[in-house]
Design a protein around this ligand. Structure first.
Ligand code: UDP
Length: 328
């Protein structure tokens, strides 16, 4: 029996593929390589194609006796989703619907879904638990929530068991393999600050310093990508014996402000980070911090690398060795 990872050549996908391989799973990757990188996979079988391609998915499932799907393939930029909502509903909701249809027809009954903290919207209570209301403030979060809803009904109708993992801010890079963050364009804070510190970009702009937080900048919960990968592997294992539909938050439970991130990057690199202070970014809540108590208790999830120094050091290591991302 094997695991199909869609979007397995992407950032979190490729770290999860490495984790599954390390734990002895047979892994097959499906990725259209528009955002993913072939170089992020090390000998894992890769099919280049689309999750909505019924014929291809059916072929892969039969050929490799796939019994579990870990689904990352998606468009995932909050800002872009506000500009192009229909592209997001098409790529995320419509295509995942097509994928689920194929899985239901072929009797694949285990599904791990890459969801997001963006399903919560503006938090009413921090830290955010899984019981918190879901009220996304952007199309990206709404597409992910729609898929979570589809999964509930797929269990009801087809007996498809699923676990949705709602992550907070994924960051860092693999500690031993040459894989890390390579988004084009890059929009995430930690890679931008690290690249500015290393002289790979001119500066970083802090989006707003008038929030009601300890230093006026937004507070986020950064979690190491390898810890996220281990949570996906634990979810795959759990679905071997656990039935039904479940949802887990994945965060480290500690919030860091934008200024604190910049300070840690300065400390780790020994360099000053060229910084500009700019306006708020639309749609940014002041504070997003997870309660991951449920994942720790029920998935036995252990955070091993998510202190901010380790996250930043691993990112510094990746960006200094790969200034052009996977191209260099
Ligand atoms: N941020 C920033 N400058 C940037 C990119 C991000 O100040 O160039 C801030 C952003 O406002 C947010 C935090 O850094 O408070 C994390 O943003 P990111 O885009 O990495 O993740 P998000 O929280 O949007 O998922």
């Amino acid at each position: 029996m094997a695991v199909l990872v869609t979007g397995g050549a992407g950032y979190i996908g490729s770290h999860t593929v490495a984790e599954l391989n390390e734990h002895g799973f047979e892994v097959i990757v499906l990725d259209h390589l528009l955002n993913g990188h072939r170089q992020a996979l090390f000998g894992t079988t890769l099919y280049e194609g689309d999750i909505a391609d019924h014929k291809l998915i059916a072929e892969i499932i039969k050929k490799h006796a796939i019994d579990t799907v870990v689904h990352f393939a998606a468009m995932s930029l909050v800002g872009e989703s506000v500009q192009k909502p229909l592209d997001y509903y098409e790529a995320n909701v419509c295509k995942t619907r097509a994928l689920l249809q194929t899985l239901a027809e072929l009797g694949v009954q285990r599904f791990v879904f890459s969801s997001t903290a963006a399903v919560y919207g503006e938090p009413v209570q921090v830290p955010i638990s899984e019981q918190h209301q879901t009220s996304p403030t952007n199309p990206y979060g709404d597409t992910k929530l729609s898929i979570e809803h589809m999964l509930r009904w797929c269990y009801n109708a087809y007996g498809m068991h699923s676990i949705s993992l709602r992550y907070f801010n994924a960051a860092g890079a693999h500690l031993t393999l040459p894989i890390g963050e390579d988004h084009r364009p890059e929009t995430h804070l930690i890679p931008l600050v690290v690249q500015a510190a290393l002289g790979q970009r001119e500066h970083v702009t802090v989006f707003g310093e008038d929030y009601e937080t300890r230093d006026g900048t937004c507070v986020r919960d950064y979690v190491h990508v390898m810890d996220l990968a281990s949570a996906h592997r634990l979810a795959v294992e759990r679905l071997r014996h656990q039935q039904g539909v479940d949802v887990f938050n994945l965060g480290n439970g500690k919030g860091f402000s934008v200024k604190e991130v910049i300070d840690v990057v300065s400390r780790v690199t020994g360099r000053t980070v060229p910084t500009i202070y700019g306006a708020r970014r639309a749609g940014d809540p002041a504070v997003l911090v997870a309660s991951s108590a449920k994942a720790k208790e029920q998935l036995n999830w252990v955070l091993r690398h998510s202190d901010l120094e380790t996250i930043v050091s691993s990112a510094v290591n990746w960006h200094s060795r790969h200034p052009g991302g996977f191209n260099e």
